[in-house]
Ligand binder design. Structure first.
Ligand SMILES: CC(C)(COP(=O)(O)OP(=O)(O)OC[C@H]1O[C@@H](n2cnc3c(N)ncnc32)[C@H](O)[C@@H]1OP(=O)(O)O)[C@@H](O)C(=O)NCCC(=O)NCCS
Length: 449
């Protein structure tokens, strides 16, 4: 074996370890668009889910079946009928949906039963259990349109699903629900996944979708200058949703986003939209720092906010140990008091756990992020990243094109987050005059989109 492999594999595997520990015992609800199966992605998705489950995650998989139902309808010589962005399920459509769901369940169960040597499934034992976990009610007649056998989720059997998961099985749900009168209703994958995630208070809701995520500028065309927004705070996601037209197609930005927002508002801390087209997208989103799609995150749990005069004492307490060991430049109380409006903090139960200040240099369209600190007991939980994101938002709102930092010890943290090193000569004139040439701080800049 080449020694180069050892040098790449071992650090790589260790870098994944914190995420493996973090997700063990957590519950993920994964909504897989029927299009993913139609596109031939099922085998790889099953392999990735089996791996995730083997690392201690409890998985509920909800499959969609839009293209498969339409195919069945076409074979019967019927056209698919929609209204209000929803399928009208007449008798023929209900038959088609039942046939499609039956077929897909077999395919999915078969995919999880693979175990050939030298494949990612070798040695895996995934028990897949489906069942009547969802009670449904009819959509009924809306604006004079009778939706017939199309339904909405009325109740989720939380106890039943939880017991099945605790038993070590993966729960597989089709977008079907049954009424107390024994009638079957055709539901949407997105609604079932969202309702189940909320009912279970799952740790994650993940949509494996046709779209790569939500773009930074959602109304503008895709392109290098319009990348995927990897993290959307719930408030920003709600604002964006309100500004978009109601979705007509699954490829519309608001289509999956509306479900992510709903789940997040109802207590599911993180909801993700990731592309099934990218091989391994589930693994990339869950076990790699930056992820691949868009994550909607509820920040209410910890308060991330702009600082006020009352926070000066807490900030001083937080940064002092790092000033003493030379990681941060010394700032006295009067300086922090004067600049308090520049600070962003993370507070939990009245204690400040993280902070950073933004000093704008509008003439150079840039700003310095200074005093970025996370308290030692909560480092490594993403607070540093959260504060950075908020500082970036504040800088963008001020019309700045970039932010920069001066650091002597934390270069790699910044490099990993899109900063690049520049010569101190790059600094705005006013900042250059204050640059301490003895300290030899390195300068890193991040361009804002
Ligand atoms: C740098 C700092 C703000 C990061 O905060 P945090 O909340 O721990 O950061 P996050 O949880 O968002 O990120 C944790 C990741 O950063 C890495 N990290 C932490 N400190 C680092 C450092 N000095 N250099 C490189 N990587 C570092 C962790 O290993 C972890 O890696 P992972 O993403 O691969 O899991 C925090 O460690 C800190 O307060 N350090 C002391 C003060 C300081 O150096 N401030 C910067 C002055 S310019």
């Amino acid at each position: 074996m080449s020694t180069v492999f050892n040098f790449t594999f071992v650090p790589w595997f260790r870098s994944v370890a914190p995420y493996i520990h973090m997700h063990r015992g957590k519950t993920f609800v994964v909504g897989m668009a029927g299009e993913a199966i139609a596109a031939g992605k099922l085998q790889h998705i099953a392999q990735d889910l089996a791996l995730i489950q083997s690392m201690g995650v409890k998985v509920v998989l909800v499959h969609g079946f839009r293209p498969q139902v339409n195919e069945q309808l076409k074979a019967k010589g019927h056209a698919a009928k929609y209204s209000h962005g929803m399928r009208i399920t007449d008798e023929v459509a209900l038959d088609s949906a039942q046939e499609a769901a039956g077929q897909l369940r077999y395919e999915i169960e078969a995919a999880f039963s693979q175990g050939l040597p030298n494949t990612p499934m070798a040695g895996s034992t995934v028990r897949v259990i489906s069942g009547n976990f969802i009670t449904a009610r009819p959509v009924g007649v809306v604006d004079g349109v009778d939706f017939k056998h199309s339904g909405l989720v009325r109740k989720v059997d939380v106890g039943g699903i939880t017991r099945t998961l605790d038993f070590g099985a993966m729960v597989l749900l089709s977008p079907f629900g049954f009424s107390p009168t024994g009638e079957a209703f055709n539901l949407t994958m997105e609604e079932v996944a969202t309702s189940v995630a909320i009912a279970l208070q799952a740790d994650k809701l993940v949509f494996l979708s046709e779209i790569p995520g939500v773009r930074v500028k959602p109304l503008e065309p895709d392109g290098e200058d319009n990348p995927i927004d990897t993290e959307l705070p719930l408030a920003a996601a709600e604002q964006l949703l309100a500004s978009l037209p109601p979705p007509q197609n699954p490829t519309d930005t608001s289509f999956y986003l509306q479900h992510c927002v709903k789940a997040c508002k109802a207590g599911v801390e993180r909801s993700h939209i990731i592309p099934f087209a990218t091989d391994g997208s589930l693994l990339l989103e869950v076990y790699v720092h930056d992820g691949i799609g868009t994550m909607v995150i509820d920040e209410k749990l910890e308060e991330l906010r702009e600082a006020t005069a009352d926070d000066v004492g807490g900030i001083l307490q937080l940064i002092e140990p790092f000033e003493q060991d030379g990681t941060l430049v010394k700032r006295d109380r009067t300086e922090i008091e004067r600049d308090i409006a520049n600070y962003t903090i993370v507070e939990h139960d009245g204690v400040i756990f993280a902070c950073a200040a933004l000093y704008p240099y509008p003439e150079s369209k840039t700003g310095e992020m200074a005093a970025l600190t996370v308290s030692p007991q909560s480092q490594g939980q993403g607070d540093g990243e959260k504060v950075l994101k908020r500082v970036e938002q504040r800088a963008r709102a001020m019309g700045l094109d970039s932010i920069f930092v001066l650091t002597t010890r934390t270069m790699h943290w910044f490099l990993k987050r899109g900063f690049v090193q520049v010569d101190p000569d790059w600094l705005p004139e006013a900042r250059k005059r204050k640059y301490n040439w003895n300290r030899k701080s390195l300068v890193f800049v991040k361009k804002l989109n």
